[in-house]
Design a protein around this ligand. Structure first.
Ligand code: SAH
Length: 270
């Protein structure tokens, strides 16, 4: 997928840097360096442990949707689970596979990587647990989310559970309009993260770019993230024929108070 989202900020930046400018989606190939620089030490272990409390050992493979570069997948594998990781972006999968090559044989054997769209996938396997880590649902439009719920229903084994992390913290509060902060990359390079809340929709326009104005190439990464509330997701799940089983707030890595709600849902009547 190479979705090139333009934001007001990316338009301004690219107009001023001329030929050095590169526009890409944050999950695209051109963004890979930036993504790794900013995300490499972003640790999904505590999140994986939360999911793990709701996964029975030896319950067969877990299906993780929108697995990215495996922030949560690798900790799940380390905990001993078998994981089928589904991801849409070719660039993210390439990095995932590289990381997998460097993992132990044991971990490699327990992981299957599949390219697919979480809103419309068809695997010939059913799973006791389907997992979506926090934040991933926020990349989907309202129009696409029913496809996720329907696809998940189709892939749950009898008695299976859908485990979904929903971020409760908001990068920009409604009314706040926009926000900008500098982020250090692991390489020592610094980036600017600009977030704008579009007035008419509950959407953040995210633009990430080098703090160094002379950077060449000047890579401008963009993304759109919805401001999904947990209650909204719960309502949608119920409309899609799920019953809620548990709701567990937890603090993800580096947070002192709960910033994610872990929802456990099952197919109604199952
Ligand atoms: N779950 C990972 C990645 C989160 S980023 C983590 O917690 O770190 C969101 C991911 O969703 C990106 O890797 C993006 O490529 C992927 N994605 C976006 N739309 C998708 C879709 N329709 N189907 C599958 N993956 C998708």
């Amino acid at each position: 997928m190479s979705e090139r989202i333009r934001t007001t900020r990316s338009d301004t930046l690219l107009a001023s840097v001329g030929g050095r400018g590169v526009l890409c989606g944050i999950y695209d190939e051109d963004a890979a360096d930036t993504y790794h620089d900013l995300m490499r030490d972003s640790d999904g272990t505590s999140e994986a442990q939360e999911f793990a409390t709701l996964i029975r050992p030896a319950s067969g493979p877990v299906l993780e949707l929108a697995a990215g570069t495996g922030r949560v997948t690798f900790p799940l594998l380390e905990l001993g689970f078998e994981v089928t990781a589904l991801e849409l972006s070719t660039a993210m999968i390439a990095t995932f596979r590289e990381l997998l090559e460097n993992a132990t044989v044991d971990v490699r054997k327990r992981c299957t990587v599949v390219q697919g769209d979480m809103t419309a996938f068809a695997l010939d396997e059913r799973f006791e647990r389907v997992v979506v880590s926090s934040g991933s649902i926020n990349v989907l439009d309202a129009a696409d989310r029913p496809g996720l719920y329907a696809s998940v229903r189709e892939h749950l084994a009898p008695g299976g559970r859908f485990l979904l992390g929903v971020a409760v913290a908001e990068a920009v509060k409604p009314g706040q309009g926009e926000r900008q902060q500098e982020l250090p990359g692991l390489s020592g390079r610094r980036y600017v993260l600009h977030a704008a809340l579009l007035p008419s929709e509950e959407i953040h326009e995210i633009t990430i770019y080098p703090a160094e104005e002379t950077a060449d190439p000047f890579v401008v990464c963009t993304n759109r993230i919805r401001l999904l509330k947990a209650e909204q997701v719960v309502r949608e799940l119920e409309e899609a024929g799920f019953d809620m089983v548990t709701r567990t707030p937890f603090a993800s890595a580096g947070q002192s108070s709960p910033d994610v709600l872990l929802l456990e849902a099952k197919v109604s009547g199952a």
